[in-house]
Design a protein around this ligand. Structure first.
Ligand SMILES: [Zn+2]
Length: 134
């Protein structure tokens, strides 16, 4: 993948920017240039769409032996969240006890920097979710 495209995609992920098909209204994240439903009909009709970041827990798991980078956070909860727009995100659920977490739980997502790889300058981003209505 050429570097400029890589950085553009990182920026889109960082801001939660997907794309919306003007033809059928479907939202895609990560963004697509063509709507798989409308194909030719969607050509040049894909507009940028910023995810609101609100969604529900689909499934979750408690990680007892984290990756060394996350040692400070052990144990922690990883969750798959479906946003109101239908995008699925995987990330780190914070400010919640595993006993209180259940599918359908309302959460809000944000992006955060997970780490920096100084050798090649790559910066890794991930999602962080926290419970709503508490
Ligand atoms: Zn479409």
């Amino acid at each position: 993948m050429p570097i400029p495209r890589f950085w553009r995609e990182i920026k889109q992920r960082y801001k939660g920017i997907g794309s919306r098909c003007e033809n059928c209204g479907k939202i895609y994240f990560p963004p697509r240039k063509i709507c798989p439903e409308c194909r030719r009909e969607s050509f040049q009709k894909m507009e940028e769409y910023e995810l609101e970041g609100k969604g529900e827990v689909v499934t979750y798991t408690k990680i007892n032996e984290p990756h060394p980078e996350f040692e400070m956070l052990s144990p922690y909860i990883m969750a798959i969240v479906e946003t109101e727009e239908g995008a699925r995100l995987t990330g780190h659920l914070v400010d919640a006890d595993i006993e209180d977490v259940e599918p359908g739980m309302k959460v809000e997502a944000t992006m955060r920097k997970l780490g920096e790889e100084s050798r090649d300058g790559l910066i890794y981003y991930g999602y962080k979710f926290w419970p709503l209505d508490r």
